[in-house]
Ligand binder design. Structure first.
Ligand SMILES: NC(=O)C1=CN([C@@H]2O[C@H](COP(=O)(O)OP(=O)(O)OC[C@H]3O[C@@H](n4cnc5c(N)ncnc54)[C@H](OP(=O)(O)O)[C@@H]3O)[C@@H](O)[C@H]2O)C=CC1
Ligand SMILES: O=C(O)[C@H](O)CS(=O)(=O)O
Length: 476
């Protein structure tokens, strides 16, 4: 493996271990690939203290110097892209081609926010009196706690530490226990890039124990979380007594609507890209596919034909397109959603069963005759299942798309300009893909509405959540 694979945590510039350990397995084989320390609450507090100490001098450095360190960090990540991708696929399972893409996507957040560091501007505002002057300063918010999920073990981390470091903040990261090695490798490269000791700390271990220390600490002024809505709500509640600023990127239930004036072949390509990326384990995957009545049968036939061609294989195998699901619980949820839909009248057009490769591999699946009453319409499947619902009118499509407490990503294919505007404005979501199934870029504001979260990550909007505004009133 690579020297970047660390079975230790980074606290205050030192690689440390603990008395207890957490095993990490390869989702493709179930084999143990390594272990990481089960850090204690005391070690988590050490990381918070280190981040507070380190951020003072870091924030006082000229922005151009901070930007140069982040540029070096970007260059190091890209120079080690293949090793990082191999490590990511080993612990998360996604196809190597997707893992390489994620590493470049992740590095993009470091590059983008390294440049943004030089453009954190304040204001001088028209004053309220001739002997007063109004100045607005933007300053780093303070120590940032970041808690990230297993499905994007690199990008979800740099989407948080990029703006945090650029703004001048110290960071304590708790990565997902199922995919810690990519996070620890990124920490090793941060050290090599010249980030000061203690500025970026990574602790692995009991989520609840580490989370309790991070959320209760008054030194931690900002919590950025990506993961399930259930855990996000718990962290929101735990953070209330210390009045932290929160960014919450939570669950989704993305609608993907195909209107009768759509380019059907393009819509099939978009549906495959959105639905089956990371074996359907992304919060922005098409979770519900709606096809207008006049083109329903043709679309289902085309989608099923394309789905059946997808290659299911371990991520390291040449040409792999659908890797294993992250764990047995994920396979169980996929089976439950299919069984519930079929029991209520849906039909399996292709797939529907665990793949012949066994283990956590599942055959990419298309269901027809799906209705809003089914579990698959209400819950995020987080697996390779494309349920296709039929609708009649544009208003029906918008109403069905919005019939969910979530509102992260959404997609639709149509060519009539009036229809595009009406649907884009009518859908309750933070992200709308029009005639595309791929929306992920560091250049755009990513985030959801309703139960899908708070705040935006990426783009020039993304750094604002790591800054505080200070109003200085000068009497002259
Ligand atoms: N909106 C978005 O951008 C994204 C949303 N998600 C959503 O997350 C879910 C899948 O990811 P998954 O990782 O299972 O989500 P979880 O919410 O279970 O876990 C996310 C992170 O939170 C940690 N965590 C879990 N419980 C606690 C706790 N009590 N206190 C502190 N931290 C805790 C986990 O640690 P540990 O691993 O140790 O359990 C992990 O690091 C899906 O619902 C998906 O939609 C996922 C990715 C992106
Ligand atoms: O965790 C996720 O699903 C990511 O947010 C998806 S994306 O950033 O790659 O779009």
């Amino acid at each position: 493996m690579t020297d970047l694979m660390r079975e230790a945590c980074l606290i205050d510039g030192q690689w440390v271990t603990a008395d207890q350990w957490i095993d990490v397995d390869d989702p493709a084989t179930g084999e143990r690939i390594g272990r990481v320390p089960r850090c204690s609450g005391a070690q988590t507090q050490q990381a918070i203290d280190a981040a507070e100490r380190a951020m003072g001098s870091w924030a006082r450095r000229p922005a151009k110097e901070r930007a140069a360190v982040l540029r070096r960090y970007f260059d190091l990540i890209m120079a080690r892209q293949d090793e990082l991708a191999a490590l990511l696929t080993r612990e998360q399972g996604k196809p190597l081609a997707e893992a390489r893409g994620e590493i470049a996507y992740a590095a993009g957040f470091i590059e983008w926010f390294g440049e943004e560091a030089k453009r954190v501007y304040g204001d001088v505002l028209p004053s309220h009196a001739d002997d007063k002057r109004i100045v607005v300063l933007k300053q780093p918010i303070g120590v940032v706690a970041a808690i990230t999920p297993w499905n994007f073990p690199a990008a979800m981390i740099t989407r948080k530490i990029g703006p945090a470091l650029a703004a001048g903040c110290g960071v304590v990261l708790k990565p997902a226990s199922q995919t810690p090695f990519t996070a620890l490798a990124l920490a090793a490269l941060a050290q090599e890039a010249g980030l000061p000791d203690g500025l970026f700390n990574v602790v692995t271990g009991s989520a609840a124990e580490i989370g309790d220390v991070l959320t209760s600490s008054e030194t931690v002024r900002k919590l950025s979380f990506t993961g399930s809505t259930e855990v996000g709500a718990k962290l929101y509640e735990q953070s209330a007594p210390s009045i932290k600023k929160l960014s919450l990127e939570l669950g989704g239930n993305a609608p993907f609507i195909v209107f009768d004036d759509a380019d059907l072949d393009a819509a099939v390509v978009g549906a495959i890209q959105s639905k089956f990326r990371n074996a359907g384990q992304t919060c922005v995957c098409a979770n519900r596919i709606y096809a207008q009545a006049g083109i329903y049968d043709a679309f289902v036939e085309k989608l099923a034909a394309a789905t059946a061609k997808l290659k299911v294989a371990p991520g390291t195998e040449e040409g792999a397109e659908i890797g294993p699901l992250i764990d047995d619980k994920a396979v169980k949820k996929v089976r439950e959603h299919i069984a519930d839909a079929v029991s209520q009248g849906a039909s399996v057009v292709t797939g529907g069963e665990p793949h012949t490769r066994g283990g956590r591999f599942f055959a990419p699946t298309v269901l027809s005759g799906v209705t809003q009453s089914m579990l698959i319409a209400r819950e995020e499947t987080f697996g390779p299942v494309a349920p296709v619902f039929r609708f009649e009118t544009d208003d029906d499509a918008i109403a069905m798309a919005n019939d969910t407490p979530f509102g992260l990503a959404s997609y639709f294919y149509a060519r009539d300009l009036g229809r595009v505007w009406r649907v884009a404005e009518g859908i309750e979501a933070g992200i709308v893909g029009v005639n595309t199934g791929l929306i992920s870029t560091e250049l755009a504001p990513f985030g959801g509405v309703k139960l899908s979260g708070l705040g935006r990550e990426g783009s020039r909007y993304g750094i604002e959540d790591y800054l505080e505004i200070k109003y200085v009133c000068l009497s002259i």
